[in-house]
Design a protein around this ligand. Structure first.
Ligand SMILES: *Cc1c(COP(=O)(O)O)cnc(C)c1O
Length: 406
């Protein structure tokens, strides 16, 4: 059976060109980039300089020394939040973020709340948008840091980051954005966005896992998360993961060079899937925006009267990979914090499935999903006591009103 991989917001396949770019660092160039008194180390150091410059260019950083390599997107997020908060606690103890951030941000903020900081978790509207006005209204004399994601990993909402960055700049407050889902899906330029810190992760754009970047604008005071040696200009200890860094740099280069073509394909596959599911299945609700504020690869619907996990199991039997929320949240019985934040009722939030298309997703693959999903949903509804109660007129439908409005 063929595999149709539509979980690209969880991770992406590693490109063969990326593996090729990594190989020399796993074979010939194995030196320690910090051991610069002999040729073996110098060679590694020289490569690291070039790789850092390449990443800097591809995210629009003015200086290569504003690019700090980390071991993941989660680490970059944790570092930005905790490192900035601890280094600047004399200026104030208040942080502003949103209710729909990735758990890396939410977890770091909750940790800081146990250490004397206070955090505002902003509400979002029913499409997941937080406005610059909402952010500005939450600012107090104590506010030192604002963190709002560039794009949401579950429902694909693209936030007005440039406007929020302006508000932060006006009030002289640092601004961090988690751009892990955005990179490769929308053009990202840290200088144009005027952000102080920005996180990305290699494995979300066809690079390797276990490597990320925190862009830190020069002049931003930040404490270490990882103490030890003097790597990353003394800011993050650990012998450099040159192979991982080379893979991330190559994947970023490919993603940035092909962004227009990739965005066009993903958007067309996304819309084929959204429109096709709507035509074929009743009592469903699209989560997230319907316009150009939606990530080009994200499709997230709630299917009333069924459970997301049951859908995933049946999709798996047909070779289709999807997700019922964020990977971190699956395994817990609570509905996704993002769906609850946009006001999706518990009853239908449990029946939500995210398909995230990739740059290579084909029409044939989408059509296979469009053929398979209606059968799965009607099969599950046939066994659902809730659906029976609805058909007998004993309970109301949550999505009916929504569908009638469409
Ligand atoms: C995947 C993801 C992360 C975490 O990145 P890892 O490299 O897997 O740690 C952080 N934020 C968002 C929005 C993500 O989608």
């Amino acid at each position: 059976m063929k595999t149709v991989y539509l979980d690209n917001n969880a991770t992406t396949s590693i490109k063969p060109e990326v593996v090729d770019a990594m190989m020399p660092y796993l074979t010939d160039i194995w030196g320690n980039a910090s051991s610069v008194f002999y040729e073996v180390g110098q060679r590694a150091e020289g490569e690291l300089i070039k790789l850092r410059e390449s990443v800097a260019k591809n995210i629009g950083a003015k200086n290569a020394n504003e690019v700090y390599f980390t071991a993941s997107g989660c680490e970059a997020d944790n570092w930005a939040i905790k490192g900035y908060a601890f280094a600047n606690k004399r200026k104030g103890n208040h942080i502003i973020t949103t209710k729909i951030e990735h758990h890396a941000i939410l977890g770091a903020c909750e940790f800081l709340e146990k250490h004397g900081f206070s955090v505002t978790y902003l509400d979002v509207d029913d499409e997941g948008i937080v406005t610059a006005e909402d952010v500005e209204a939450a600012i107090t004399d104590e506010t030192i840091l604002i963190s709002v994601m560039t794009a949401n990993n579950e429902i694909g909402t693209i936030e007005p980051i440039a406007d929020i960055a302006k508000v932060a700049r006006k009030h002289k407050i640092a601004f961090h954005t988690d751009a892990v889902q955005a990179i490769g899906h929308i053009p990202i330029n840290v200088s144009e966005l005027d952000v102080d810190m920005l996180s990305i992760s290699g494995h979300k754009f066809h690079g390797p896992k276990g490597v990320g970047v925190l862009y830190i604008k020069n002049g931003t005071r930040i404490d270490n998360l990882i103490h030890g040696g003097g790597q990353e200009r003394g800011k993050r200890a650990a012998t450099e993961n040159l192979a991982g860094i080379a893979g991330l740099a190559k994947a970023l280069d490919i993603a940035v060079s092909n962004i227009d073509k990739n965005m066009a394909n993903m958007k067309s596959m996304r819309d084929r899937l959204i429109n096709g599911l709507r035509e074929r299945i009743d009592y469903i609700k699209l989560n997230g925006p319907e316009d150009d504020r939606r990530l080009c690869n994200n499709v997230n619907f709630s299917y009333e009267f069924v459970e997301g996990e049951a859908i995933l199991m049946r999709l798996n039997m047909k070779g289709i990979c999807a997700s019922s929320g964020s990977a971190c949240a699956s395994g817990s019985l609570d509905p996704s914090h993002v769906l609850l934040a946009i006001g999706v009722p518990h009853e239908i939030a449990h029946g939500s499935i995210r398909f995230s298309v990739g740059e290579d997703t084909t029409e044939e693959e989408i059509d296979y999903v469009l053929e398979t999903m209606p059968k799965i949903i009607s099969g599950l509804r046939a066994m659902s006591p809730m659906y029976e109660a609805f058909e007998d007129g004993r309970i109301e439908s949550f999505t009916k009103k929504y569908m009638e409005e469409k």
